[in-house]
Design a protein around this ligand. Structure first.
Ligand code: C2E
Ligand code: MG
Ligand code: MG
Length: 743
């Protein structure tokens, strides 16, 4: 204001002062003072309100918003000081300039004490008064702006506090000793600590011990600039350890501040000092857990939770390197469950899966720490024994595994007998690379499969050829059907009392273009495993029935045909319909067909067996249990099955003369069949001695090389014709046991 030039009326100030829009209350008990002040104010563009005494002024203050008072002191009744007391007491936001005739220092002093902004003595110099008003109003303006700023700052601070506390991340500050000086509320929901209990504590108090070193390294970082911020993954403890540690990605930002203070130039690097650390910790537990699951899935089989092929290869590679460096041996075992496919096909995958899980549990119990058991396919497992001394060690494990599977598995009230074929290859004797060891163990396993299954074998070079055969076999079977390479031979079943051939068993043959005739023992198992048995089985049914039709048309109407059926065929929904249709098409009564089913097959799924066989039996079809005595049939099941015939297994007949046990079994089976009203037939009869013994034990139906080998289809009809002509002759021959039999 000092350099403002003004005229008498203070006109110079007009433009400036009229920017203030607040009301000015002029209080004076002398009318001419009121008038002149009103004029002066109006001239300068103010809104003026007049009060002619103290009482009037207080009333106005109550009803109007007044920015400035020009207040006289000496007034009757209510003085200027009393008006100021009122203002003070009611905390009215207004500025008072006293304009008074009173010239004593006390008066001025008291007025200022009561809160007056200025004291102008009457008569006043216009310029002084206007200056004082101008300054007062400016000060008010500044104060108001300041207040607004304060309010805005408070708002903003509230917002930031809200944001920090509601942050999904933990926000914290540490002092230079690593103690919490700030932490937001998120810590409570994530880890259960009250923030107050952490303030002043070291950050290590919430970090799990294993991560302390890692944390220290990062938190002690005091470099500044871009490289200063570091992100590390740390695990924080929950309060009282009442939950699993959670994973956090923690950004650590060292804080530096100029020691001279925030107003000083921050270019002065030498004067900065390390203050502590500021950071954000983001909860990444879910991500880490998801990653862990993904990692687990990548290396494990989800059904059994065993390592998968990838992890096995990894471990095997490591084990080979280790063995090479330390001159050690190791073993790789390839395990394949025997006939597992039958379980899967007949009882469904759910039960199959449960069985696999149960098997894995037993297998695991046979292992030592450090061994790796991996599931690498449906029912295939590979076992790595990383350190062994000799073959005896791997043999022991194999024996242990086979033994561990001996007891039946019980799943959903089904009893299962599971066996496994194990092939073993050794490092360095059989192979020195991962690929060769796995391959040779696999080959050795196939050699077990081809030799009766349920056992173990060490790899030997000669197995290689057999293995390649196996591989090409599956493709060949498919081609065989398309190219009509299958044939059926017929083996007669004979009643030695009457000399009649009462049935012919249809036995499939494979006329392989390169390998010649292949026995069903070599391919039926594989056909069952691959499901190819269904089309093969249907082919046999059709062709055998068509052949039977020809025999019947040739007048051989008393001959039955016996056909072997596999488990998976029995599982087919439409098997009964198919068989019945084929019989119809060929005009064959049900009684002229006999279905042979291997004992074990029915026992695998007894309810389905009973159901399907009963339907077949209702169509008059005969049911025979093949290879009887080798399975686990219980008498109660036998009673429920619609069986007509028991075929005593070849192995008993073969050994009956040397083994009392086998002889007793045969006699028991014959007695049992009689008791149950079933027919009985002995298969595999090769010698006169066997014939005579069986005859003595009252088994009259027989089949075997002694009577005839299986006969090709083309020769069957002639054979049957000639037999039917000479029935009686044969009967007497069997009776006397004449030498003709050997001819
Ligand atoms: P299987 O039903 O027990 O048939 C009897 C097997 O014993 C036949 O073998 C037969 O040639 C053989 N055999 C007969 N008499 C004697 C004998 O006195 N001594 C000896 N050592 N063996 C004798 P094959 O033809 O090799 O058939 C083997 C098995 O293959 C059959 O055993 C049967 O389980 C299965 N099979 C054969 N044809 C079929 C078929 O069409 N479908 C199904 N699913 N399985 C079949
Ligand atoms: Mg048979
Ligand atoms: Mg048999």
């Amino acid at each position: 204001m000092s350099n403002d030039k003004t005229n008498n009326n203070g006109k110079k100030n007009v433009r400036h002062l009229t920017e203030f829009t607040e009301n000015i209350l002029v209080v004076d008990d002398e009318q001419h003072h009121l008038n002149s002040l009103q004029e002066l104010m109006s001239q300068n563009g103010f809104n003026v309100i007049l009060a002619k005494n103290g009482e009037d002024a207080i009333r106005r203050l109550k009803t109007n918003t007044i920015g400035l008072l020009l207040l006289d002191l000496n007034m009757p009744d209510v003085s200027g000081n009393e008006v100021m007391q009122f203002i003070e007491a009611h905390k009215i936001n207004t500025t008072v300039i006293v304009v008074s005739g009173e010239s004593s220092f006390e008066a001025a002093n008291s007025a200022l004490k009561h809160g007056a902004y200025d004291y102008i003595k009457k008569p006043y110099v216009t310029e002084n008064l206007l200056n004082s008003i101008s300054n007062a109003l400016k000060k008010r303006q500044l104060e108001m702006e300041n207040k607004q700023m304060q309010a805005r700052l408070m708002e903003s601070e509230k917002l930031h506090r809200y944001l920090v506390n509601k942050s999904p991340d933990i926000v914290y500050m540490l002092d230079s000793h690593g103690r919490f000086t700030f932490i937001n509320k998120r810590i409570e929901t994530l880890l259960g600590y009250k923030k107050e209990e952490l303030l002043g504590k070291e950050y290590t108090s919430i970090i799990i011990e294993e991560d302390h070193e890692k944390a220290k390294h990062t938190f002690n970082e005091r470099r500044t600039g871009e490289r200063a911020t570091t992100n590390i993954e740390l695990r924080f403890r929950c309060k009282n350890n009442d939950c699993a540690p959670r994973h956090f990605e923690t950004s650590v930002i060292p804080i530096e501040i100029s020691s001279i203070g925030i107003y000083s130039s921050s270019n002065d690097i030498t004067s900065t000092k390390f203050l502590g650390t500021y950071g954000i910790a983001r909860d990444i537990t879910e991500r880490v857990e998801a990653e862990e699951i993904i990692r687990f899935q990548a290396y494990h089989d989800m059904l059994t939770r065993l390592p998968n092929r990838t992890l096995l290869k990894d471990r095997l590679n490591q084990a080979i390197s280790h063995a090479r460096r330390n001159d050690l041996k190791l073993a790789v075992m390839f395990l394949d469950l025997d006939r597992f496919k039958v379980v899967n096909d007949t009882l469904g995958h759910v039960i199959g899966d449960q069985l696999l899980q149960a098997v894995s549990v037993r297998l695991k119990k046979c292992l030592r720490e450090g061994d790796t058991l991996a599931r690498i396919g449906g029912d295939e497992f590979t076992l790595l024994l990383p350190e062994i001394y000799d073959r005896k060690c791997s043999e022991n494990v194999a024996v242990k595994i086979i033994k561990s599977l001996e007891k039946p598995f019980n799943i959903n009230n089904h009893e299962f007998f599971v066996s496994t074929s194990i092939g073993i290859a050794h490092y360095p004797d059989d192979g020195t690379t991962m690929e060769s060891l796995i391959k040779f163990a696999d080959i050795a396993m196939y050699s077990v499969k081809g030799n009766g299954k349920n056992g173990f074998r060490f790899y030997a070079d000669h197995m290689n050829a057999a293995y390649s055969n196996h591989l090409s076999l599956e493709n060949d079977i498919r081609r065989a059907l398309a190219q009509n390479q299958f044939r059926i031979s017929y083996q007669p079943q004979i009643n030695i009392e009457t000399g009649e051939v009462f049935a012919m068993e249809a036995l499939i043959r494979w006329q392989h273009p390169e390998r010649g005739s292949i026995s069903p023992y070599e391919f039926i198992g594989l056909a069952e495993e691959t499901g190819l048995i269904r089309p093969i089985g249907e082919w046999v049914l059709r062709n055998a029935c068509a052949e039977l039709k020809r025999w019947r048309e040739a007048g051989l109407s008393n001959i039955r045909v016996a056909i072997n059926i596999s488990a998976c065929q029995l599982e087919q929904d439409d098997i009964v319909k198919n068989i019945v249709n084929i019989l119809h098409e060929n005009n064959i009564p049900g009684e002229m067909l006999e279905i042979e089913i291997t004992e074990n097959v029915i026992m695998k799924d007894i309810e389905n067996g009973i159901n399907k066989l009963t339907q077949l039996s209702n169509h008059g079809i005969n049911i025979a249990i093949d290879d009887f005595g080798t399975g686990y049939s219980s008498l109660s099941y036998l009673k429920r099955l619609p069986i007509d015939t028991l075929k005593i297994d070849r192995s008993f007949i073969h050994d009956m003369q040397n083994s009392d046990e086998d002889a007793s079994i045969i006699k028991a089976i014959i007695a049992m069949a009689k008791g149950l009203g079933l027919n009985i037939i002995s298969e595999g009869v090769e010698t006169k001695e066997q014939l005579n013994l069986l005859k003595a034990w009252r088994c009259k139906n027989m089949q075997g090389f002694l009577f005839s080998r299986p006969i090709t289809q083309t020769k069957a009809i002639d054979y049957l014709k000639s037999r039917s002509k000479n029935t009686k002759q044969f009967a007497s021959m069997y009776k006397s046991g004449s030498d003709y039999l050997n001819g």
